[in-house]
Design a protein around this ligand. Structure first.
Ligand code: AGP
Length: 613
């Protein structure tokens, strides 16, 4: 969701802010804006609906002298339409600020501070700018005190960067739930919504923690405790991602690059944790206490959103009868409000690429309140979910820039396989041979991903019949149905084709009525025990003239003419066909969207990191 960048230092702030905003574009947004000081020391706020590329000429036109302090924002609309006046920064008197999150009590603040009539747009953020300005004026222009007072009266989630017109070098930052990171170097001080914007400038960063106020200046970056206003220490962490990992590297889109990176990201995830054919989580701080807890648990709950949920579902399905205790999967936005039984013998596994998804974070809080222990599988280091969990397994996939998740999915599957195997082993539910076999298959999956990538040219040729359709279906049974959920999500989110994933046996109970001539039906058939049943369902849709694409393991026999297109994947253990199937379905989605000429990396209405409910 909203991207945030602020800079105070020696460099050209215009360049830092605009490049930072371009880097943060991947988060998904609909308008953007910046604030610098003009040559007279007044705020110069420039905003635009649409892309950062539309903002840049406006900035170039207006700004003449060099600027060294500024803030920039990409907005994903929540309150108020996509209009220039609703874009951030919002300005009132001596205050200019940008915001990620939602202020829930904005209407009562408007009443309390009698703001009706003085507002331009319809956003919660504009009200906060006005409120802060009134507090600042009333309190002798004391920035820290005013910010402290503001945090006492606003309710909701936020990450704010604030400039005051009479404090030329300073940028202030506060956060509640919505993430912020900061860094300082000999060039100056930086604050951003995530570390991708900091990669060009520093190798170290600090997470802005709850209850901190940050003051960034040209030569200092200081954190204060919001209650006492005394200085506190910022903990430093290393940025392991390089500038190259956040570049397209000659690929037409980040999504395609990330699809191709899956072999190496899988390697990065598993290699440090597989030692002599056994799983070793020592470096992930899975300690004796965790092992004692694993032996004692009565159930496992897997909670996530979107693609991360699909990865979790794969793990939950595969290990249900291996660990021999209930493993249930939950949509995080439901779990956080439902009445599922959670207790101190529950292990909750959360999956999140960004580590910031608000519903997953709220599920974490709920699980802990009920006494459960939480292990999270997260890609972004230092993210909120990672920090709040009892244990964290980082997936080491490198930055995933495309909104559509690809490499994060395959490494999440590998991580949950390793984790559940480990738990099964310490509970004596499986022996060493089982563990060795899982490890061997995980390593073999690196090569199987690369083999699946070789189908790319074939896939390019078949997407025409999908891209011209309004609707499509994925069907499968058992694990193939779970893989289909992810295939369908990928296709719909970037190609805008309405795609349903259906348990193949359930089709005839209603949904088969939607199959007509040329309706694309992508059937996934890799689970040998149930393949004949699935193939019968394929016949049923073929009999209704569907356009059938069959993704099938090479060792499963099928009738000629059953499908219009057959994509074979190499014979692998049923539990590991998830990897080649993921690659094939991702490529189908990618080339379908490509054929339609769509904005693949930044699909409409979507955000990479979903930090609002
Ligand atoms: C999938 O392609 C989407 N980008 C989305 O479903 C995503 O997986 C979901 O929002 C969860 O995000 P997270 O992994 O960062 O928590």
């Amino acid at each position: 969701m909203c991207g945030i960048i602020g800079f105070s230092g020696k460099l050209d702030a215009k360049k830092v802010i605009l490049e930072g905003l371009s880097t943060l574009e991947y988060r998904g947004y609909d308008s953007c804006g910046v604030c610098f000081f003009d040559p007279n020391g007044k705020f110069n706020i420039i905003k635009s609906t649409g892309k950062v590329s539309e903002l840049i000429p406006k900035v170039d036109k207006e700004e003449t002298s060099a600027v060294h302090v500024g803030i920039g924002h990409t907005r994903w609309a929540t309150h108020g339409g996509v209009l220039t006046e609703n874009a951030h920064p919002h300005h009132a008197g001596l205050v200019s600020l940008i915001h990620n999150g939602i202020i829930e009590n904005y209407l009562s603040l408007r009443e309390q501070f009698k703001l009706t009539g003085s507002l331009e747009g319809g956003t919660d953020t504009e009200i906060v700018a006005n409120v802060l300005n009134l507090i600042y004026e009333k309190n002798g222009h004391d920035a820290l005190l005013s910010i402290q007072m503001l945090t006492k009266i606003i309710k909701g989630t936020f990450a704010f960067l604030i400039m005051f017109e009479d404090r030329k070098e300073e940028i202030y930052a506060i956060k509640h739930v919505s993430p912020l990171v900061c860094a300082s170097s000999s060039d100056g001080a930086f604050i951003a919504s995530d570390i991708t914007a900091l990669i060009p400038y520093t190798k170290e960063f600090s997470v802005v923690e709850e209850g901190m106020v940050i003051c960034a200046k040209r030569d200092s970056l200081v954190a204060y405790d919001i209650d006492t206003l005394k200085k506190v220490t910022l903990k430093k962490e290393e940025i392991t991602w390089t500038i190259d990992t956040a570049k397209k590297d000659g690929y037409t889109h980040f999504m395609l690059k990330e699809i191709h990176e899956q072999g190496s990201s899988l390697d990065n995830t598993i290699r440090p944790r597989i030692v002599d054919g056994e799983i070793d989580f020592t470096n992930d701080n899975i300690d004796d206490e965790a092992i004692r807890f694993f032996k004692d648990i009565e159930k496992i709950q897997v909670v996530a959103c979107g693609t991360a949920l699909h990865a979790g579902k794969v793990g939950a399905n595969v290990y249900q009868d291996v660990i021999k205790i209930p493993i249930d999967d939950y949509i995080a936005s439901e779990y956080r409000y439902n009445n599922t039984l959670i207790n101190d013998k529950t292990l909750v596994i959360l999956l999140s690429q960004s580590g910031e998804t608000i519903d997953t974070l709220a599920s974490l809080e709920k699980a802990k309140e009920h006494g459960a222990k939480v292990i999270s599988i997260v890609n972004v280091k230092g993210s909120t979910i990672a920090r709040e969990s009892d244990y964290v397994i980082y997936t080491h996939a490198g930055p995933e820039i495309a909104v559509a998740s690809t490499k994060a999915y395959t490494v999440q599957v590998a991580s949950i396989y390793m984790l559940l195997t480990y738990i099964a082993y310490v509970r004596n539910a499986v022996d060493k041979n089982f563990v060795n076999n899982i490890c061997k298959n995980l390593f073999a999956s690196i090569e199987n991903i690369d083999k699946a990538l070789k189908k790319e040219e074939d896939i390019k040729m078949i997407v025409k019949n999908i891209s011209s359709s309004h609707d499509a279906f994925y069907i499968g049974r058992g694990l193939d149905y779970v893989f289909s959920l992810e295939g369908a999500l990928k296709l719909k989110e970037i190609s805008y084709i309405h795609t349903e994933a259906y348990a193949a046996g359930e089709l005839k109970h209603g949904t088969i009525a939607l199959i007509e001539e040329k309706t694309p039906v992508i059937a996934v058939c890799t689970q040998k025990n149930i393949s004949s049943k699935l193939l019968s369902n394929v016949k049923e849709v073929k009999a209704r003239d569907a356009y059938v694409i069959l993704i099938i393991s090479e060792d499963i026999e099928y009738e000629k003419d059953l499908a219009d297109i057959v994509i074979k994947i190499d014979k692998v253990d049923d539990r590991f066909s998830v990897f080649p199937v993921a690659v094939i379905t991702q490529l189908i989605a990618y080339y379908t969207a490509y054929d339609k000429g769509l904005d693949i990396d930044k699909p409409r209405n979507l955000a990479k990191s979903v930090t609002v409910e």
